[in-house]
Design a protein. Sequence first.
Length: 176
Amino acid sequence: MTVASVGMTDIRSGTARFTSRQSPGWQDTGDSGETCQPLTAEQARQWRARNPQLSVARVLAIQAATGAVAALAAWALSGKALVVWSAAYGALAGVLPAALAAKGMARWVAPGFPPGAALAGFVLWEAVKLILAVGMLAAAPKILGAPSWPALLIGLALTIKVYGVGLWLTHSMKSR
């Protein structure tokens, strides 16, 4: 709901009540007396078969493979070892924090874990991932000497973008 669609009423009494000023076109029109029925065990199994989840290990493996391809492309394009190592280090700066965060989040998403705590765990491990990635980038000059920053950042960006490409590929394969 946007700020423009919310109005205050009953100001004279000193109480503030928020009311919606939405047009009738925005209200749910799907209420035709149908109620939502839970899936049976067989229907749930069929749905899971049609919509498989992409495993975290597979995403990490694809990220690592993308980093290797980026390093090979850096070697093919430049022929310089420093550019190759920079691209590989950039990929590692994307993969290593993601792997650590995935391992750390695993216990927070266990069945029966309180949703609020799971959200807090997600935020915590995302912060750890970000801090570790920034720390690895800050340490790059000490580790690599004088890194090729364009190659390093390209390696990092490619490994990070694997998430979106993986989701896009999974969606496009389902639609066929």
